[in-house]
Design a protein around this ligand. Structure first.
Ligand SMILES: *Cc1c(COP(=O)(O)O)cnc(C)c1O
Length: 400
């Protein structure tokens, strides 16, 4: 085929790309052939998969598959409109009611993604003249929501409750409204935010308290009800954001909270207002996912996830790896330089284990790591296979 001619207006991108390569950080996504499973095929190689967020294996669950297929037959392939105009289907309402009961809140609102939920909600709740107290390691979707809101962004150091209290003492009086926002589980370190202490600060300084449960949905709390349930903070978190994309095995995000909150977001949350509604198959899969969680199977899956997480973390420590402050199924293997992390990830893949390297600028320069994520689907054999590879390669690279 002849090359399609193009203008030269984007030629500067080649220079920009060269610079990114020189800095040593570019994404070259591996290609998953087949399903997202504990053992999966990436780039033509069968590996133990320590890179997915499919914590409970729900992406492949027969109930989700069946529900998605039935929904296509009954409702078609797409929603065909944005939610506020003609895209709100019976299924969307069913999912929102189910989620509200599951979370024990008055109401929920489902967005197309967790990213959209954060973006739309933060932007709607605060604006000029307001403040956002944002934890320094918050996810990019929170950061973007904060920026779009036009509110003053005040960052506080990772999990440092005293520093936050001091910051509030010095600054809270200068602003009208204020939002306190944090990830519940930090996606690069696998540690958990001190939500009980944060709830107290929110009460002391009159801060709207918002928690991002992306890595806590389906993971923390009874049958994966999330961080508020885990800490017994029912009624004390104003805005709970959850995802349907990770442990719940489908796609989407939601906000759980009071009726006025949800009614307000329906009027104001821009991604919800302006981007087309979820297709029926996705919504039906999400409903089935909550049903699995509510059944006895859900409890067992979450239990298995935590057993696997504890076992894997304990064995990594026994081998002499630095796993940082991780307390969840996300366990970083912190190895220092970007070079070390890349070498480790590369050699592990060759040995049949897929764990993603995480390097600067995603984490500090001297805290580069390989991130491991175990799921309920991993067998002891899978985990031991991965641990053996980590032991061999770790010694070969003189990391342990
Ligand atoms: C993945 C993630 C999101 C985005 O959720 P999606 O449903 O994948 O868009 C938001 N916050 C955190 C902390 C995440 O890890």
């Amino acid at each position: 085929m002849p090359t399609i001619p193009r203008t030269h207006r984007l030629d500067f991108l080649e220079g920009e790309l060269k610079e990114l390569y020189a800095q040593g950080f570019v994404w070259k996504p591996r290609i998953l052939e087949g399903e997202q499973r504990a053992r999966a095929r990436f780039d033509g190689k069968e590996v133990v998969n320590l890179s997915s967020n499919n914590y409970l294996g729900l992406t492949n669950h027969p109930k989700l598959r069946e529900a998605a297929k039935r929904a296509i037959d009954q409702y078609g392939a797409g929603a065909g409109a944005v939610r506020p105009i003609a895209g709100t289907m019976t299924l969307h309402k069913q999912l929102e009611e189910k989620l509200a009961r599951f979370k024990g809140v008055e109401a929920t609102l489902v967005f197309q993604s967790g990213f959209a939920a954060n973006l739309g909600t933060i932007q709607a709740l605060v604006g000029k003249g307001d403040a956002i107290y944002s934890e320094e390691l918050n996810h990019g979707s929170i950061i973007d929501g904060c920026r779009l809101s036009g509110a003053e962004i005040l960052k506080w150091p990772h999990r440092n409750v005293e520093a936050l209290r001091q910051l509030c003492k010095e600054s809270r009086h200068k602003y009208r409204r204020a939002l306190l926002v944090t990830d519940a589980v930090f996606s690069m370190d696998g540690d958990i935010a001190p939500l009980t202490e944060l709830a107290e600060i929110a009460e002391e300084f009159d801060l709207i308290f918002m928690v991002d449960d992306a890595h806590a949905s389906g993971v923390l709390g009874r049958a994966g009800r999330g961080s508020a349930d885990h800490f017994g903070l029912h009624g004390r978190v104003d805005v709970q954001m959850g995802t349907l994309s990770k442990a719940l095995g489908a796609m989407g995000g939601y906000i759980a909270g009071s009726k006025p909150l949800i009614e307000f977001l329906i009027q104001k949350a821009r991604p919800w207002l302006l981007s087309t509604a979820h297709p029926p198959a996705v919504v039906a899969a999400a409903i089935a996912s909550v049903e699995v969680l509510e059944s006895s199977e859900g409890e067992q899956l979450v239990k298995k996830l935590w057993e696997n997480a504890h076992y894997f973390k304990q064995e990594l420590k026994r081998l002499g790896f630095n796993t940082g402050a991780s307390e969840t199924p996300i366990t970083p293997v912190i190895v220092g330089s970007s070079h070390n992390a890349k070498q480790l990830a590369k050699r592990l893949f060759e040995e049949g284990v897929f764990a993603q390297e995480i390097v600067f600028p995603m984490v500090a320069r001297d805290k580069a790591r390989v991130r491991t994520i175990v799921t309920a689907m991993h067998t002891k054999e899978d985990l031991d296979f991965a641990l053996n590879a980590l032991k061999r390669v770790g010694r070969e690279l003189e990391l342990i």
